[in-house]
Each structure stands twice: as C-alpha cells, then as structure tokens.
Design a protein. Sequence first.
Length: 165
Amino acid sequence: MINEQIKDKEVRVVSESGEQLGIMPSREALRLAQEAELDLVKIAPTAKPPVCKIIDYGKFKYEQVRKDKEAKKKQKIIELKEIRLSPNIDTNDLNTKIGAARKFVSKGNKVKITLRFRGREMAHMHSSKHILDDFAEQLSDIAVVEKPSKVEGRSISMVLTEKKQ
C-alpha cells in the first residue's frame, strides 16, 4: 500500500535514510513524504502500529524485482528422474540403467527406480526385490537410498539421492 491507500490512524514512520521518525497519524506521515517529493510505503502491515517508510516507490519496486531475480538465479532445482526396470532384466541391460542413474545422480538429481510387474510376474514380486537392492549396491559409492523399496500397486520403487560429502 502506498500514499492515500494507507487507511490506518497511526503509523510508525521511517525516513529515507533509515532513521526512526516515531509514531504519528498517517495524514502527517503522508504530508512529510509529499514535502520530500517521495512516497509513503507500508513496509510491515502486520506490525502494531504498521511500519511505513518514506521512499521512492518506483525505485523500491525495481530493487525488489532485482532481488527476486537474483534469488531465483541462485536456487538449484532438483529433478526426480525415473528409471523403469522389469523383473526379468538381463545383466547388460541392468548395467546400462545403472550407468544412466549414475549420470543423473552425479548431476544432482534424485533417481526413482521402479520395478514394474505385468501379468504372472505379480506372483513373484518379492523374489525380484533383490534387483533393486543390487541397483542400490552398485551406486552406493555416489548415492544413498532416500526412500527404501516399497510396493506401490503393480510396481516396487525406491528413491536414490546424491551422497553428501
């Protein structure tokens, strides 16, 4: 809220230089801002009384947008990559999948390994759990199990994350 939008009776006013001007009626604070040819901006609306600052609103908005962009640049987005396996996977195929998972984990992504069952494979679900254990064992040098293997409908899945040094 800026200038006339501020409807509070009393506000705590801070000058442009950051100096406390004290608690005063909002009309008087607005008059002080207009004398300085600046805007009265409500900084902390939840405080008792609300805190308003005498600043150039356009410059304030510009600085705020710039800070948000900087913060967005610095944050790292972790993706969840999924690798699907079947219970009758051969060793070379498994090694290929392990290589792909190793690449994903080294880039900082989480990897969800899903062992999918179809038809009669459902009867031997728990005897195929060793495939996921072997997968985690092969990647134990760079990855750690975040979520252990768990049955979810027609599949068993687990999540691996990069190991913290």
